[in-house]
Design a protein around this ligand. Structure first.
Ligand SMILES: NC(=O)c1ccc[n+]([C@@H]2O[C@H](COP(=O)([O-])OP(=O)(O)OC[C@H]3O[C@@H](n4cnc5c(N)ncnc54)[C@H](OP(=O)(O)O)[C@@H]3O)[C@@H](O)[C@H]2O)c1
Length: 218
């Protein structure tokens, strides 16, 4: 499979690329042009391409995606402000989905968020905005004709993964290791039955491969 990653140099993205290439996928990793980001993509096994969800048009993005079978979107503004959240996590996802349709990259996997994330902590206007934008992005993707899959991980951890998760259409909110999110994305991307569904994902007891097999069989 030829996979186009948006957010390839990010915390989840750079963990996903080596898993994809290890199974024989060819990965193009989009980054915003800093040499270090390009090097991160290359070191992970991908071919870097420069792109920007804000600056690029739908046609620009489609041109970069053409020839790929699938898009994995794990980009995000990462707390850099509400405007950026709107433009990257919100409008950026819409542009990427429209571009994928235009380019014929039918499979589209989006890394989203639990709508109830961090609801027991102190709320901030910026975080509420982020949650709202992410949900609206989910809604947008579900209304496309793409072969979409939305994965909503819990709070992301950088510590080494366990290879075990809890995954389902609705699971209790919790933490999850970026390693395990990447492993889940890798397996789920290649499970055709996981199409046009939303999966919530936290750390748990089920080996990633079993979790994907069970969901695909359901
Ligand atoms: N943090 C959490 O606890 C949490 C929980 C649930 C879900 N999520 C979601 O999980 C996803 C992945 O998280 P992560 O930790 O991998 O994020 P991350 O490390 O912050 O990576 C974000 C990626 O987005 C890219 N990006 C930012 N602005 C862009 C733009 N204008 N155009 C193109 N790419 C752009 C960055 O590209 P560059 O490499 O070019 O900088 C970077 O690769 C995000 O969508 C996040 O909202 C996070």
């Amino acid at each position: 499979m030829k996979v186009f990653q948006i957010g390839a140099a990010g915390g989840v993205g750079r963990r996903l690329t080596p898993l994809l290439t290890a199974r024989g996928d060819l990965v193009t990793g989009m980054h915003r042009g800093q040499p270090a980001q390009g090097e991160t993509v290359r070191a992970a096994g991908g071919t870097p391409v420069v792109g920007d969800l804000i600056a690029d048009s739908v046609e620009d993005l489609a041109g970069k995606m053409r020839g790929h079978d699938a898009v994995v979107f794990s980009a995000g503004a990462h707390g850099t402000g509400q405007d950026k959240t709107t433009l990257i996590d919100g409008r950026g996802l819409q542009k990427a989905a429209d571009a994928a349709a235009l380019a014929g990259a039918a499979r589209f996997v989006l890394v989203s968020v639990f709508p109830e994330a961090l609801r027991d902590g102190t709320r901030s206007e910026g975080f509420e905005h982020y949650i709202k934008v992410k949900k609206t992005a989910d809604v947008y993707l579900t209304r496309t004709d793409l072969d979409w899959l939305i994965v909503r991980p819990g709070t992301l951890l950088d510590t080494p993964g366990t290879g075990r998760v809890t995954a389902g259409p609705a699971v209790e909110y919790g933490d999850v290791h970026r390693d395990d999110v990447a492993a889940f994305l890798d397996a789920a991307l290649h499970a055709p039955a996981l199409s046009r569904v939303i999966v919530e994902l936290t750390s748990g007891d089920t080996p990633v491969a079993d979790a994907v097999t069970r969901l695909a069989a359901a």
